[in-house]
Write a protein that binds this ligand. Structure first.
Ligand SMILES: Cc1cc2nc3c(=O)[nH]c(=O)nc-3n(C[C@H](O)[C@H](O)[C@H](O)COP(=O)(O)OP(=O)(O)OC[C@H]3O[C@@H](n4cnc5c(N)ncnc54)[C@H](O)[C@@H]3O)c2cc1C
Length: 376
């Protein structure tokens, strides 16, 4: 793994760890439709964690070492998946702007982040999508984003929009005071506090300086797929928490020496460690691109794609094992396991899982390298 350099900014401080305990305590009461972890975001702002992914962004430097970010995302996932999802989107925006923004744009977002602005990345959309419409010498946005986390709460959403030639651009629009978020459809099984809704951008004027990078940059590989390790890390945190909850439950009920319970615990530990090894390695491989000899983009993409699938499988296995170990109590509303399983099951739904697995497999099928050398 790469070392955390002394100049790099710290995310996982003592204050951050301390805050995670309070966030975990608040998560149950936030498990409601139309809720949002405003207090958690305010606390992360107060301890500098929200600004941390944007630190030194003006220089295009990587603000937080990947190992540190990995650790932070896991801890967030352990405390609260909705908050972890929001933070992961905030980091994703920082990474895209750091990579593709101009110095002026990076300086501007760096100032916004210091002032407590929450960022997000909203790409998902319905059939119409969001367009860049040219009229009377202006460019305006037309259309809406769907499944947008923090809709109505994110201050600076980075969105994708197509121009008249169907090229996809990243846009950082300046929001007005109009109520544009619609959370009415977010009556979700889990991740209720993530405020994942529809947001209408129609009529917002786009200045040239609001466009980040060139057409097609958003999907540029290996960064587009490679960044998936970050949501894997958040999901991993929740898996670790579920196993801790199962361990406490088994000890409390005096069922921890039962051989069936031990076998299930062993299987859950294997699954979660598998998820951790894949996630750590995916982070390492995906973030090695600043090193002198970057691995080929498709090699990185294949590895992270497979990591995504391995983590999903581990998450599904951990939930089943924990639920079977605890039994019916794991399905009662006051039990944290009930909520975390709903949150995790929902958050594990990521785009095109079948294609992700098949693309990972296709890479290995095309390659003439020994299987054991594919990622070494
Ligand atoms: C909590 C949460 C927050 C989110 N926040 C954001 C956000 O802030 N910004 C954002 O942009 N998005 C966000 N999303 C949306 C996310 O990025 C995905 O778009 C969404 O999760 C896709 O889920 P899906 O199960 O509908 O995926 P799908 O890709 O539709 O997959 C469903 C199933 O269909 C299969 N499938 C997919 N494509 C095809 C096809 N062409 N033919 C046949 N089968 C197919 C898949 O393999 C899978 O089996 C969020 C999602 C969640 C769960």
């Amino acid at each position: 793994m790469l070392d955390i350099s002394a100049e790099q900014n710290r995310l996982v401080t003592a204050a951050f760890r301390d805050e995670m305990r309070h966030i975990a305590d608040r998560a149950a009461e936030l498990d409601e439709d139309r809720s949002f972890p405003s207090e958690d975001i305010a606390r992360l702002t107060a301890i500098g964690a929200l600004a941390s992914p944007f630190a030194r962004i003006e220089d295009g430097e990587r603000p937080v070492a990947p190992e540190e970010l990995l650790q932070g995302l896991i801890l967030l996932g352990t405390a609260s998946l909705p908050l972890g999802r929001l933070f992961e989107g905030h980091v994703n925006a920082a990474e895209l702007i750091r990579r593709y923004g101009t110095r002026e744009q990076r300086e501007r977002v760096g100032r916004d982040a210091k002032n407590g602005c929450l960022f997000g990345v909203w790409n998902t959309e319905g059939a119409e999508g969001v367009r860049l419409a040219r009229a009377n010498g202006h460019i305006t946005l037309l259309g809406a984003k769907t499944f947008a986390t923090g809709a109505g709460f994110v201050d600076r959403p980075m969105i994708t929009a197509r121009d008249e030639d169907d090229r996809l651009f990243m846009v950082l629009p300046r929001l007005d005071k109009t109520a544009r978020a619609d959370l009415s459809a977010w009556r979700a099984h889990g991740m209720r506090a993530s405020a994942t809704g529809t947001f209408c951008f129609t009529g917002l004027v786009v200045e040239p300086d609001d466009i980040i990078g060139k057409g097609g940059d958003y999907h540029r590989q290996p960064h587009f797929s490679g960044g998936a390790w970050r949501f894997c890390a958040v999901q991993l945190g929740a898996m670790e928490r579920l196993i801790e909850e199962a361990r406490s439950s088994l000890r409390r009920s005096g069922r921890d020496s039962d051989p069936h319970q031990r076998a299930r615990m062993g299987e859950a530990l294997m699954a979660v460690e598998t998820a951790r090894l894949w996630t750590e390695r995916a982070a390492n491989i995906a973030e090695a691109d600043d090193a002198p000899l970057p691995p080929a983009a498709e090699n990185i993409v294949a590895y992270v794609n497979l990591a995504r699938c391995a983590v999903e499988r581990a998450g599904l296995d951990v939930m089943e094992l924990v639920q079977r170990s605890i039994g019916l109590s794991a399905f009662l509303r006051t039990n944290a396991v009930e909520r975390i399983c709903r949150d995790l099951a929902t958050y594990l739904r990521q785009p095109a899982p079948d294609r992700t697995l098949c693309e990972g497999a296709a890479y290995a099928l095309r390659s003439d390298q020994a299987i054991g050398e594919l990622w070494r």
